[in-house]
Design a protein around this ligand. Structure first.
Ligand SMILES: Nc1nc2c(ncn2[C@@H]2O[C@H](COP(=O)(O)OP(=O)(O)OP(=O)(O)O)[C@@H](O)[C@H]2O)c(=O)[nH]1
Length: 210
């Protein structure tokens, strides 16, 4: 009987860990509140260290259980939050389109994350969110952000946590990319684990050539 090339994944629930990173005040907590609770708060309370919010998402008859880790952007929390990167399946980077400095700091956040992840980063799902597009005094153009993403193999969304623009779409795209990567890793694990020795009646390469 031929060996199967496509493996069925029996579990219909998949846990995915997502971290959201970026300079302080760019709107990480607000984006999460918008996505998870459909709410927005005008007051600014900096995140002390990190906290987690959960949300389930249905994709292809599978429940993706998203655990989204909101990392405080202030410098004083950096030594602590890097220890939470381990086991991440995807990453959201944020900047504030009205704050050029927050855009300039993106390479720091990206490198800090990837350096501490300690897994192969090729194809790792990263989405960049340019937040606060509802404000008028914009300092970073869409073209500049798109070019940053193109060079670093990331996706880009212009969003507003306040006005609920593009937030669901951005999280859903990232979750779908992370799920796809998860399926590929399961497939490759199964392929490697179930490599069988050739059947007795199947000629080996040696017997064929000699
Ligand atoms: N106008 C506008 N304000 C926003 C938006 N998103 C967040 N804010 C405001 O920006 C401020 C900072 O938002 P937070 O979500 O706390 O920012 P943060 O990135 O989590 O900050 P840290 O926890 O310090 O890293 C708050 O006053 C929010 O109300 C947005 O889309 N538009």
């Amino acid at each position: 009987m031929p060996k199967p090339h496509v493996y069925m994944i029996s579990s219909k629930k998949v846990d995915l860990k997502i971290v959201i990173l970026g300079a302080a005040g760019t709107g990480k907590t607000s984006l999460l509140h918008r996505y998870v609770h459909k709410k927005f708060y005008n007051d600014y309370r900096t995140t002390l260290g990190a906290h987690v919010m959960s949300k389930n998402l249905e994709v292809d008859n599978t429940t993706l259980r998203l655990q989204i880790w909101d990392m405080g952007g202030q410098d004083r929390f950096q030594p602590m939050v890097t220890s939470f990167y381990k086991g991440s399946d995807a990453c959201i980077l944020t900047f504030d389109v009205t704050d050029a400095e927050s855009f300039e700091s993106l390479d720091y956040w990206r490198k800090n994350f990837l350096d501490n992840l300690r897994i192969p980063i090729e194809g790792f799902p990263i989405v960049l969110l340019g937040n606060k597009i509802d404000l008028e005094d914009r300092q970073v153009s869409k073209e500049k952000a798109l070019s940053w993403c193109k060079e670093r193999d990331a996706s880009y969304f212009e969003v507003s946590a306040k006005n609920d623009v593009n937030v669901d779409q951005a999280f859903e795209k990232l979750a779908a990319d992370a799920f796809q990567r998860y399926l590929e890793s399961v497939q490759s694990f199964m392929t490697d684990s179930f490599k069988l020795t050739p059947a007795e009646d199947e000629p080996t390469k040696k017997s064929q050539c000699c």
